[in-house]
Structure formats: C-alpha cells, structure tokens
Design a protein around this ligand. Sequence first.
Ligand SMILES: Nc1nc2c(ncn2[C@@H]2O[C@H](COP(=O)(O)OP(=O)(O)OP(=O)(O)O)[C@@H](O)[C@H]2O)c(=O)[nH]1
Length: 324
Amino acid sequence: MSFFKNIFSKEKKETLDKGLEKSKESFFGKLSKAVAGKSKVDDDVLDNLEEVLVASDVGVNTTLKIITRIEERVAQDKYVGTDELNTILREEIAGLLSETNKGNETEFTIPTLPKTSEGKKTPYVLMVVGVNGVGKTTTIGKLASQFKKQGLKVVLGAADTFRAAAIDQLQVWADRTGVPIIRQEMGSDPASVAFDTLTSAVKQDADVVIIDTAGRLHNKVNLMNELTKIKRVMQKVVDNSPHDVLLVLDGSTGQNAFEQAKQFTLATEVTSLAVTKLDGTAKGGVVIGISDQFKIPVKYIGVGEGIDDLQVFNKVEFVDSFFK
Ligand SMILES: Nc1nc2c(ncn2[C@@H]2O[C@H](COP(=O)(O)OP(=O)(O)OP(=O)(O)O)[C@@H](O)[C@H]2O)c(=O)[nH]1
C-alpha cells in the first residue's frame, strides 16, 4: 500500500512541479532582477520585491502584508542579505497559507455523515459554482473520478440548465467516469434538478453528490436567488446540504479570478476553492493572494487537462514546489 502511495506522491509532485514551472520561471526571473547588484535587503529591494509580487498576481493587499512582515524582520535583524530573501519569502508565504489552509490533506476525502432517520446513508453534497469556462465541468469530472476510484458511489446533478452544452459536457464526464447523472431539459428549474439528484442519490445509497450550477455573473441578484433556492430545495432532501460550496476559479485569469471570488462570496457562502489551469500560466501567485484575502481554503488545484490532473491542495507541497 505505502509503496503505491509513494509512487503516486512522486507522480503528484512531478505534475505539480511541472504545473508551476511557468509561474516559477517568471517569479524568480523578476526576483533576480529585483535584487541584482544588491547584497542587502534595503528599501530599494523591498520596493522592487513589492512590484514583483504584484506582477505575479499575488494581489495588492497580500503583497503589502508580505512586505510589511519582511520589513519587520529586516528592522529586527538589522542586516538581512538578499541571499536570504528566498527563505524569508518562503516562510512568510507558508505562514499566510497556514492561516486559511489549516489541514495538510494530501488525499481526496469526504467526511462520513450520520445516517438519515430511515437508516439510509446521508450523501455528502458538494455544490460547485463558478463562471462558464473556468474549468467547472472538468473539475467535477476529475473529482467524480477520484471519489469513484476510492470506491465511493457518486451521483452528478446537471443543475446548470441555462445552456444545453453545459448539460451535454457533464454527460460526457459522467460517461467517461461511469458515474450516474441526473439531468432534465435545458431551461428547466435548476432547483428541481438538484432535488431529483439528491432524491435519487439517497435512494441509491450514494456517498457523494456533485451538483453543477450555472455561473452567470451579469446579474448578481439572480445568481444569489438561484443559488439560495437550490440550497433551500436540497435541504428538503438532505439536512444541512450542501456540505461544501466549491467555487472554481481559473488561475490563468489572475486578477479576474479575484473579482469572481468577490462576486461569488457576496452571492453565496463559499466554503472552499478550486484554482484551475495553473499549468501553462505564470499567474500561480494568485493561489496565495486569493487564499489570504478571502479566508477560504483552497481545496483543489488544476494542473492539467487530464483526468488525474486535479490535486488536493497541500500548502507544504505547494510552497516546496514553488521554492525548490
Ligand atoms: N490546462 C488546463 N486546462 C484545464 C484545466 N481545467 C480545465 N481545463 C480546460 O478548460 C476548458 C474549460 O473547461 P470546462 O470544464 O469546460 O469549463 P466550465 O467552467 O465547465 O465551462 P462551461 O462548460 O463552458 O460552463 C477545457 O478545455 C478544459 O479542458 C487545468 O487545470 N489545466
């Protein structure tokens, strides 16, 4: 068992290292320019570092927090060499990530919930939100695949009824992973799809339900009403559901991802984040900023299009890989 686990961890690590390559290249390239010709961390270096962090999509507020902390260290230690900057940055970023990402999960897990009053299994209900194109459907498919591999019974609910393509895309992932899907016609009531999905899941003794929702942002009130109604209707079937509201953000959009996080957290209570498309972008710093500013744990990161390219976010692995 541990032998396979080690192989998996090695593969996971390699995928993560590869996925963060562009972000690292860009960040450390800028950082070395920022400290060129300097041996001591002084005001100039800190100014340059501030620019590097902002340009790396860490976000202004989080950047200022990091700079202030480093300033304090410099003031305390009197002399801090630029050769120590990597270590200091690594410590500060790890510290920031620890504030929201308390756990150190490395595997896909869901909690076991108490049985219903009729002695049936209570499925763990995961509601997935996010705008179109961020990788929501792909993330749902990857999650379904991971949970199924663990022997869990998964049911998908196509509650993004706004576009026929969304329902069809989820169907593709359901077929690919061999997981049942509950769907209705395009334009039908999303809450009704969610209700049907949960009812079916309870009947089938399912362990996990993943509900896809529409991510229209142009009208926040509509979005809020829709998500609130879905939640209310789901609670008629499973108490306290959804157990997790996962917001999917496209890491490659940098500041747009911040804006979407802002809009969605105003519309509904988001309990965890998935940041996708970290491979192929230099904007990996967005994970640090979003996690810090919204105080919502990053649970998953997408580092490729393949079915196994979704990883459970682990702050230690992330920081290790970034500063390797
Ligand atoms: N490189 C890379 N591509 C990804 C990742 N996650 C998703 N994608 C790709 O992003 C594109 C959009 O993903 P979807 O899952 O269709 O996005 P969506 O948010 O469900 O969008 P709609 O279905 O249009 O609502 C697809 O081409 C995916 O293969 C990732 O982590 N890395």
